[in-house]
Design a protein around this ligand. Structure first.
Ligand code: GTP
Ligand code: MG
Length: 207
C-alpha cells in the first residue's frame, strides 16, 4: 500500500470511544474479562504507549516518556470503533529494561506471563520492535512463549520508522520480517504511518 493511501483522510478509521478502564500491578488486580482484547508488548521504550495513542487518536491517553520503564503496570483501555466493534487495548509493561532491581523485573515478568498465558479474551498480541534494533533475543523468547498458545495471533509492528530514511524503510522492514518469520507492519507514532494497516489486522481478530 502506498503512503498516499495511508494518508487519505476519508479512509481513516475513526474512534468513537477511548478511555482508561483499569490498571493491574499484580496478577490478582487484573480486571475480569469483558470484550475481546488486543495487547501491546515489546521492550521498554519501544513505543508501545505512543502507538496505542496513535491508533486511538488520543495524544495523552496512555502515558509516554523518555524514561524507559514508564509503564510499570498493565493498563486496560476501553475502545469503540466508529461503526465497528467494542474492544479493549492492553498496554503491557516493557521488558528488557536493565535499571530495575531483580525482584522488580521478576514481578513484571510474572505479571506479563500470567496475563499472556491465561487471558481467555486475548485475541492478539501486537509485538513491537524498534526498526533500528531489529529482533533480538528477548523478542525471540517472547515469540516462542506466545507460540505456546496456538490460537493466539501475533502481529509484529516495527516502530519509529520515521527514524530511518525513506529509502531504508522498506528494506529494513523486510529484513525484520525475515528475522521474525512473519509479516511486519511499519509504523510511526509521529507520522501515523501504518495506522490503517495495523487497524485492519486488529479488526480481523476482533470481528
Ligand atoms: P515503556 O512504557 O517504558 O515500556 O515505553 P513504551 O514502549 O510505552 O514507549 P513510549 O511510547 O513511552 O515511547 C518512548 C519514547 O519513544 C518517547 O520519547 C516517545 O516520544 C518516543 N517514540 C515513540 N514512538 C515514536 C515514533 O514513532 N517516532 C519517534 N520519532 N519517536 C517515538
Ligand atoms: Mg509505555
Amino acid at each position: 500500500m502506498s503512503d498516499r493511501t495511508d494518508r487519505t483522510e476519508k479512509t481513516e478509521l475513526r474512534i468513537a470511544k477511548a478511555e482508561f478502564a483499569a490498571a493491574a500491578a499484580k496478577p490478582d488486580q487484573i480486571p475480569p474479562p469483558r470484550g475481546p482484547e488486543i495487547a501491546f508488548a515489546g521492550r521498554s521504550n519501544v513505543g508501545k504507549s505512543s502507538l496505542l495513542n496513535m491508533l486511538l487518536a488520543r495524544k495523552g491517553l496512555a502515558r509516554t516518556s523518555n524514561t524507559p520503564g514508564r509503564t510499570r503496570q498493565i493498563n486496560f483501555f476501553d475502545v469503540g470503533v466508529a461503526g465497528g466493534p467494542e474492544l479493549a487495548f492492553v498496554d503491557l509493561p516493557g521488558y528488557g529494561y536493565a535499571k530495575v532491581s531483580k525482584s522488580e523485573s521478576a514481578s513484571w515478568k510474572e505479571l506479563l506471563e500470567s496475563y499472556l498465558q491465561e487471558r481467555k479474551t486475548l485475541r492478539a498480541v501486537v509485538l513491537l520492535v524498534d526498526i533500528r534494533r531489529g529482533v533480538e533475543q528477548e523478542e525471540r523468547d517472547l515469540l516462542e512463549f506466545l507460540a505456546l498458545r496456538k490460537e493466539l495471533t501475533v502481529i509484529v509492528a516495527a516502530t519509529k520508522i520515521d527514524k530511518v530514511s525513506r529509502n531504508a524503510q522498506k528494506p529494513t522492514i523486510a529484513k525484520l520480517a525475515k528475522e521474525a518469520g512473519v509479516r511486519v507492519i511499519g509504523t510511526s507514532a509521529d507520522t501515523r504511518a501504518g495506522r490503517e494497516e495495523l487497524w485492519s489486522r486488529i479488526l480481523e481478530q476482533v470481528g
